[in-house]
Write a protein that binds this ligand. Structure first.
Ligand SMILES: N[C@@H](CCC(=O)N[C@@H](CS)C(=O)NCC(=O)O)C(=O)O
Length: 202
């Protein structure tokens, strides 16, 4: 049975879709718009909370976008997982740092910029940027070897870069963080990332 990913590409479903492209597996995107998620019966069979993304692989169902990327890569492309104990701990560290420290502030920042809709609040946007800058500086310092761990692209990079797609959407200027900026460019130029963008455009 083909692995199914429920969600819309413009949501956090982009994360497992990217992982599936990196793993080069056959998968089906079951399109569910966030607005319709709560009342979509098929989705609720996979995720009773009615949130996207959700994954179904045979009898196995899973939720949480970053758990989905981990599952896909661990099962279908295990080389993407860091091999060393330190690398595995880094993977967990960066995934948690991205999800708990960076993402909530980034989302607040976007809302303060009026994205995706609503009134912009420039003062609040600047406050949120002031919180983000030291977090970006910390990432920058940890990217001097090119990638977040094991000096190669791993699941840790995929998770962090997929969280930082919000940086692109918010057009945040990263020139003060050259390592971070270079690394993010490399991530967004990966063949699997570009192939996914192309597929979604078609
Ligand atoms: N922590 C969850 C967040 C899931 C989530 O909030 N998904 C949003 C779209 S990105 C959603 O389903 N919204 C619809 C709703 O809450 O009714 C994850 O990373 O997968």
């Amino acid at each position: 049975m083909t692995l199914k990913i429920y969600g819309s590409p413009a949501s956090k479903a982009f994360r497992p879709l990217w992982a599936a492209e990196e793993a080069n597996i056959k998968y089906e995107l079951v399109y569910v718009h966030p607005k319709d998620a709560a009342k979509n019966k098929d989705l609720r069979n996979v995720n009773p909370l009615g949130k996207i993304p959700a994954l179904q692989d045979g009898d196995f169902c899973l939720t949480e976008s970053l758990a989905l990327t981990d599952y896909i890569l661990r099962k279908y492309a295990p080389d993407y997982l860091p091999q060393s104990l330190e690398g595995q701990s880094d993977h967990l560290r960066w995934t948690l740092f991205g999800a708990t420290e960076i993402e909530p502030v980034l989302i607040d920042y976007l809302h303060a910029k009026g994205i995706p809709f609503g009134d912009a609040d420039p003062v609040k946007a600047e406050e949120k940027l002031a919180v983000l800058r030291p977090l970006f500086a910390f990432l920058d310092q940890n990217l001097t070897h090119g990638y977040l761990t094991e000096k190669r692209f791993t699941a840790a990079d995929l998770n962090m870069a997929s969280i930082l797609t919000w940086v692109k959407i918010g057009k945040i200027n990263l020139t003060s963080f050259p390592h971070l900026s270079h690394w993010l460019d490399l991530c967004f130029k990966r063949p699997a990332y570009l192939a996914l963008r192309e597929k979604l455009r078609a």
